[in-house]
Design a protein around this ligand. Sequence first.
Ligand SMILES: NC(=O)c1ccc[n+]([C@@H]2O[C@H](COP(=O)([O-])OP(=O)(O)OC[C@H]3O[C@@H](n4cnc5c(N)ncnc54)[C@H](O)[C@@H]3O)[C@@H](O)[C@H]2O)c1
Length: 311
Amino acid sequence: MTPPAAPVSAVGVVGAGAVGQAVAGTLVAYGLCARLLVASRTPGQTAALVADLDDMRAAVGSPVRPAAVPLAELVDCQAVVVAVRARFTNTHTADVRMGGAHANALVIRALGEALRGYPGTVLVVTNPVDVMVRLFADASGCARVFGIGSNLDSARYRLTLARLLEVPLTAVDGHVIGEHGDAAVVCASATRVNGEPLPVPLQQVRDELAARPGRINAGIGRTRSGPAGAVVTALRLALGVEDGLVELSAPYRDGWLGIPLRFTAGRPLPCLPALDEAEARQLDAAHTKLRAAYRALRGTPSSSLPTVRTP
Ligand SMILES: NC(=O)c1ccc[n+]([C@@H]2O[C@H](COP(=O)([O-])OP(=O)(O)OC[C@H]3O[C@@H](n4cnc5c(N)ncnc54)[C@H](O)[C@@H]3O)[C@@H](O)[C@H]2O)c1
């Protein structure tokens, strides 16, 4: 049987770890792109991933052809997903995603410089994502760079609320914005269930959003399927495969924050929901925190950048 044509010509994935693997597998299953190009630090891991993806392609009759490539070949892709993680030991018990800031900043800046001038769409997944996405945009000069995170938080929020209120997931409309981290802002005042405002059990929601990634990590080593779903949804909108709204890290005021973006034919328009006073204060706090984290990292000298190894 001839597989259905893929709507996008090529997507690249940098990083063949837990998230890179899940993103790649989801892209093959979804049939989003004709070619899926994977570049990562360890050639053996990349080749093994591509062989496994090829098996999936054959098994499901997907149009997506995977290949291991040097980083430089990703310039032909319509989009590149950055899901790398430097080797470091995370000693943070609070603000966990910030634990990798320094180590990952070096890798992200090196990748940005290697992909300088890339004309396509870049989705950064590496944490702390709201800072890494800005560093990547600086280093690469790319115009279409977005960070994944607030859309995953928003999906978890809607799921949690649906479970607490015992309503279908599709009945819940609500966003989590700001930082993909401890300074996330739950937009409770704008949340609607079956089109109606309601009192959100905020403490229960916050507790679940804080505990959920740790529970997943404890059980299966890394979060991967949720992030992969968040990446593929963002790709579909950013590449104009469909129109819709998604919460991504993007320039906002004089910083970068997770905000809802409405994509029409691939063009994003920020559309922040109405916030009450407490939510607006929380968003200001997230903005201040992320700007300070960015300033602390942006001065890292290029001479300390690691070499990006590709197959
Ligand atoms: N934003 C989100 O919603 C979200 C969700 C989950 C995970 N993450 C983040 O995504 C990142 C990846 O997570 P993971 O679990 O896949 O990590 P992992 O350790 O399993 O995989 C990391 C991959 O990056 C590759 N890599 C490292 N340095 C590289 C370089 N210089 N060039 C090319 N490849 C390089 C490694 O070889 C490996 O394949 C982490 O920072 C994690 O915190 C973000």
